[in-house]
Design a protein around this ligand. Structure first.
Ligand SMILES: Nc1ncnc2c1ncn2[C@@H]1O[C@H](COP(=O)(O)OP(=O)(O)O)[C@@H](O)[C@H]1O
Ligand SMILES: [Mg+2]
Length: 233
């Protein structure tokens, strides 16, 4: 694929020859040494790999949270690594939805407010945002928890709120970094079901880093990050 052309329409994400290193004393730690990945629109892909293999680094680059040393990241018609600061802010807010191992909900805001916030920050109409947030919270089975504060929710419920929040601005790509990493088996299952159902219901592309074999198994495709490269398992 030529760097000047954008990928074809059915492709949500295309990563080409992506490299990333970090300073490590007087040397550099080469974490990603040539990542190539194409994910079609609506596809669910899971990534596994040992701790420290670079999974979060890869997701962070795709999310536009950090810059690669070299390589290209196409998301839709955007070249993520070439976006300017303002475009990046928009990209992070509107094009990708992020879910982490830790929920990052604001503890003094209700469930409903937490889900609404990213859309209110885009100056969307409050009434529309609330309607959409309530719909998403119903979708993740939390229609009876709208006024709860995060500390009043179970770990699994908090992750389902985080999933609803990730969807509020209707991103084309959902990036989830060990979303069930802190949960017991039963809650993991519920959060996985929720994520997969959300992706399927809204036709979203989902890239999920997981140590959970059950989730990896339920993805359309599982890749393994090893010595800086992605390999098919
Ligand atoms: N900002 C950073 N500065 C230096 N080293 C980092 C930084 N971020 C990650 N690393 C290192 O890069 C490697 C990969 O980290 P990470 O992507 O978090 O792995 P994983 O998510 O697969 O556990 C680790 O060795 C980690 O210590
Ligand atoms: Mg990680």
């Amino acid at each position: 694929m030529n760097n000047e052309t954008s990928p074809d329409r059915g492709v949500a994400l295309a990563v080409e020859d992506l490299c990333k290193s970090f300073p490590n004393g007087s040397e550099r730690l080469h974490v990603l040494t040539g990542i190539n990945l194409t994910v079609r629109s609506g596809e669910v892909v899971s990534i596994t790999g040992e701790s420290g293999s670079g999974k979060s680094t890869l997701l962070g680059l795709i999310a536009g949270l950090d810059l690669p040393d070299s390589g290209a990241i196409h998301v839709g018609d955007k070249r993520v690594e070439q976006l300017g600061e303002q475009q990046l802010t928009r990209y992070r807010a509107l094009t990708v939805g992020l879910i982490f191992q830790f929920h990052y909900l604001l503890r003094d805001f209700t469930t409903l407010e937490n889900v609404m916030l990213p859309a209110l920050m885009q100056n969307r109409r409050r009434r529309d945002v609330q309607e959409r947030a309530e719909g998403l919270l119903a979708q993740v089975g939390l229609q009876d928890r709208l006024q709860h504060l995060p500390p009043q929710l179970s770990g699994g419920e908090r992750q389902r709120v985080a999933a609803a929040r990730a969807l509020i601005n209707d991103p084309m790509l959902i990036l989830a970094d060990e979303p069930t990493g802190n949960l017991d088996d039963r809650n993991s299952r519920v959060v996985e079901d929720t994520l997969l159902a959300l992706a399927s219901e809204f036709g979203k592309t989902l890239l999920v880093v997981t140590h959970n074999p059950a989730l990896a198994e339920r993805a359309g495709r599982t890749l393994f990050l090893e010595r800086g490269c992605l390999v098919t398992t």
